[in-house]
Design a protein around this ligand. Structure first.
Ligand SMILES: *[C@@H]1O[C@H](CO)[C@@H](O)[C@H](O)[C@H]1NC(C)=O
Ligand SMILES: *[C@@H]1O[C@H](CO)[C@@H](O)[C@H](O)[C@H]1NC(C)=O
Length: 301
């Protein structure tokens, strides 16, 4: 065999250099570490970190899965909402398509979308006419400022979610967390909300570009909370966790189905559980040890 040609070596060197740069440009949570409790991103999940920027400010953080074209989780600081849900103008992340691009998210153009953008992430056409709604991980409801709310409308913060979950038990969970944190969290509340994949190859939106999660999960950490909690919230501080079904037909080992739920929402139950139990389910599905908050949000100094 003849030695590799100079051209081939050069191609390899440049390809390697290019990919190394890709990783460096989006693969870093350092500009937005403050959204994580103790600046400590969850451990045991692998993906592409994105500091979600809008109007030149970092708003929240997302661990993105390029092969799934959807997020593993989004992490944010909760602030008590005021005002209405903004009208959605959906956005994409230019830096997933072009490593050198400015990081501010950009609204989709009315016409055709650049092919590098289409290749690198979910676009509106993936969701249009699918049987799934666009499920925010970081919900607009958990933010005070209009810009923070608007910034949640990026498809990199969205997973395919059944309407029966999105408009039913999952929304009820978001509202319950809103009321609980607004009333009893005295300091910062760090929230992480993510997706749990199906086992095996799983399910995808119609054209097999975007992976569908079997469950959604969410957890918050609020170490500084009111000492006069009502009885039913004693277990909800400093940390709280839950898993919600995204498929009526899933088994009941992780989240049982209550027959009492209204027909349109039946089978999309959400189950509250200790943080350690959530971490156990995540580790089991993802094949490793997952830790969501530094020292389980124990608040110990
Ligand atoms: C969605 O479905 C409707 C009704 O079948 C059809 O008219 C429309 O062209 C479809 N849109 C896309 C983007 O495929
Ligand atoms: C969120 O909580 C605030 C403070 O309690 C409340 O005013 C608001 O109505 C809540 N929003 C929803 C949608 O539950």
């Amino acid at each position: 065999m003849s030695p590799p040609s100079t051209e081939l070596v050069l191609v390899l060197v440049f390809t390697a250099g290019w990919c190394f740069m890709c990783a460096a440009d989006v693969g870093d949570f350092s500009p937005c570490l403050q959204v994580f409790y103790r600046s400590w991103p969850p451990k045991g999940l692998a993906g592409t970190p994105i500091c979600q920027r809008f109007y030149n400010r970092y708003r929240f953080a997302t661990l993105y899965s390029r092969p799934r074209r959807s997020p593993w989780f989004s992490a944010y600081l909760y602030s008590t909402p005021a005002g209405k849900r903004p009208s959605a103008s959906w956005k994409f992340e230019p830096q997933l398509a072009y490593p050198g691009a400015r990081g501010d998210m950009i609204p989709f153009p009315p016409g055709p979308v650049d092919q590098n953008v289409v290749d690198s992430q979910a676009v509106e056409l993936d969701y249009i006419n699918s049987t799934y709604s666009r499920g925010h991980l970081n919900p607009s409801l958990h933010h005070r400022s209009r810009e923070d709310r608007t910034a949640t409308f990026t498809l990199a913060n969205v997973v395919p979610q059944k309407a029966g979950s999105n408009a039913g038990p999952w929304r009820a969970l978001e509202q319950r967390v809103n009321r609980t944190l607004a009333a009893y969290c005295l300091g910062e509340a760090h929230v992480v909300t993510g997706a749990i994949p199906y086992r095996g190859d799983g399910r995808w939106l119609g054209n097999r570009r975007v992976a569908v999660p079997e469950y959604l999960w969410s957890a918050y950490c609020c170490p500084d909370y009111s000492r006069s909690l009502p009885e039913e919230l004693r277990g909800a501080f400093p940390t709280y966790a839950a898993i919600g079904r995204n498929n009526r037909d899933s088994g009941e080992e992780i989240v049982p189905v209550s027959p009492a739920v209204k027909e349109q929402f039946r089978g999309f139950d959400v189950r509250a559980m200790p943080l350690g139990t959530l971490e156990g389910h995540l580790g089991d599905r993802l094949g490793g040890r997952v830790r969501v908050f530094y020292e389980q949000c124990s608040g110990s100094d």
